[in-house]
Design a binder for this molecule. Structure first.
Ligand code: HEM
Length: 133
């Protein structure tokens, strides 16, 4: 059940944080308007679903550390990729906040960060589904 909760939250999380990156970089309006639109998605979908995905993932790890860190090894690949997704999520959220506040006039590398996040999320999901090692 916790795995289902984790995966469902991942769907909302990754889809919505990619929308944040796209709105920042290519959305309509000026930087402040794009920041406001991106932050609406960030606060209403991306941040809460990240919280659920993260807590469910950490609970799964805590419930069976021997399975994930001794009996199998795919988590040693999956976790760094997942933590990369978490880091980029926070960078994009911070950029949306600054653009909305008028402190930043440019999306900067937001689109590239989104693409990087997508690649890490794909790698993370592939590793944990295929369990190649
Ligand atoms: C936020 C940090 C994360 C932690 C701590 C975490 C942890 C976990 C754990 C412990 C499992 C159970 C693995 C198993 O028993 O097979 C799992 C499953 C899964 N995770 Fe994550 N995860 C995180 C982020 C992500 C991300 C970013 C993705 C990709 C979008 C992802 C995709 C999946 C999928 C698809 C499964 C189900 C695998 C299966 O049972 O077939 N996770 N995760």
């Amino acid at each position: 059940m916790l795995i289902a909760l984790h995966v469902i939250a991942d769907l909302f999380w990754v889809g919505s944080i990619l929308s944040v990156a796209l709105l920042l970089a290519r959305g309509p309006g000026d930087a402040q308007q794009r920041g406001a639109a991106a932050r609406l998605i960030y606060r209403s979908i991306a941040a809460p679903s990240f919280g659920v995905a993260f807590l469910a993932g950490v609970a799964l790890l805590g419930m069976n550390p021997t399975l994930y860190f001794k009996a199998t090894h795919y988590m040693h690949g999956k976790l760094p990729l997942a933590l990369g997704v978490v880091a980029l999520h926070h960078v994009l959220g911070a950029r949306a906040k600054k653009m909305e506040a008028g402190e930043l006039q440019e999306a900067g590398p937001a689109l590239g960060l989104g693409l990087g996040l997508a690649a890490l999320a794909i790698g993370s999901a592939l590793l944990v589904v295929l369990k190649p090692f």
